[in-house]
Ligand binder design. Structure first.
Ligand code: ASP
Length: 342
């Protein structure tokens, strides 16, 4: 009898300690919907409200997964799916147009527990490319699949493919027409594709979506999804599906999702560089993020921004552009939604 009482007390104690530990574990999520020339003067109050409401919906959906004890990977995909399904952002529905007037989508995801990663590049018929990136990570022996092969893999996984015109939106088409007009005007002066593309304003080169999260088990994850760059040609692939450039997560350091002029983010290995500074130089995520986005990228014209979360649930969202669609929420900070530098 005495032993039973003792055992019950012990069990109660163990359960409450476990519960307390679990509920005291920090959870956090941050999302972005692209960085660029985003200024208040471009928005009516209604439009601004609509963007903010969508960002809030996405961050709350991801946070709900975390607060119910779900995995950071699932929080990341839950938030990204909402942004992919919205025509406001350059990912999924609303993706920018290629030069040939279609859409080619890129996405990647990374698990901070074990550095598992999955990515897809140049897919044309996948409604939510981030989900396929996750399937590549979990159900293939590869990290990145591209184009038709990626879609064949999707079919095998039971995806129903969508028509490429599912991604169409009138405003993105307008941007393509403007971009092509500018390119053609410049073409008279140079046939150099690189110079031509560099002459396009940065606003044609940004607008991706992404999420980073920390779950109750202390696991980090990051994901990014995009339509890439307006008027891209020749199968161009940006940083978003490249592990280390647009997406990175490692429980040893941090989780990062990037948005911006992809060519720079690839060359400077931005997401991994930020986490390396955290891991090897003992920098905070705010310091490391500011260094790479502000000190390394800005002077060379590498426009964009990142969202970062660490294992303590700290969040940093540095950018070197006029604005970045962003939102965050953690167990120690309320929902934050912003567009401009404020
Ligand atoms: N980084 C993306 C790319 O270069 C674009 C963006 O973030 O908007 O494809």
């Amino acid at each position: 009898m005495k032993n039973n009482i003792l055992l019950t007390c012990l069990l109660t104690l163990v359960t409450s300690v476990a519960w307390a530990t679990e509920t005291n574990s920090p959870i956090a999520i941050a999302i972005h919907g692209g960085a660029g020339t985003i200024e208040k003067s471009h928005f009516t109050p209604e439009k601004e409200q609509q963007y903010k409401a969508k960002l809030q919906e996405a961050v709350e959906a991801g946070y709900k997964v975390l607060s119910e004890g779900g995995e950071s990977l699932d929080a990341v995909t839950a938030a990204i799916n909402i942004l992919e399904d919205s025509p406001f952002f350059n990912a999924g529905k609303g993706a920018v147009y290629t030069y040939d007037e279609g859409h080619e989508l890129d996405a990647s995801i990374m698990d901070g527990r074990n550095r598992q990663a999955g990515a897809v590049a140049g897919v044309k018929h996948i409604k939510n490319p981030i989900n396929l990136a996750k399937d590549v990570m979990q159900h293939s022996v590869h990290v990145m699949l591209s184009g038709r092969g990626a879609e064949e893999f999707a079919r095998k996984r039971g995806y129903s493919l969508v028509e490429n015109n599912y991604f169409d939106t009138p405003s993105r088409y307008q941007s393509l027409l403007e971009a092509k007009k500018r390119l053609q005007q410049k073409e008279a002066a140079t046939k150099d594709y690189r110079a031509l593309h560099q002459s396009l304003d940065v606003e044609y080169k940004v607008g991706t979506v992404g999420a980073v999260a920390l779950d109750q088990n202390g696991n980090l994850a990051a994901g990014t999804s995009t339509g890439g760059m307006t008027a891209k040609r020749f199968g161009r692939v940006g940083d978003s599906p490249i592990i280390g450039a647009g997406t990175f997560a490692d429980n040893q350091s941090c989780a990062v999702s990037a948005t911006g002029h992809g060519e720079f983010f690839i060359r400077y290995n931005v997401a991994a560089d930020i986490c390396a500074r955290v891991q090897y130089q003992g920098k905070s995520i705010a310091e490391a993020g500011q260094e790479v986005i502000g000190t390394v990228l800005k002077p060379i014209g590498g426009t964009g921004g990142v969202i970062i979360v660490d294992r303590q649930g700290n969040i940093a969202m540095p950018f070197n552009t006029k604005g970045m669609y962003r939102a965050s929420k953690s167990s120690s900070s309320p929902t934050f939604v912003a567009i401009y530098r404020e």
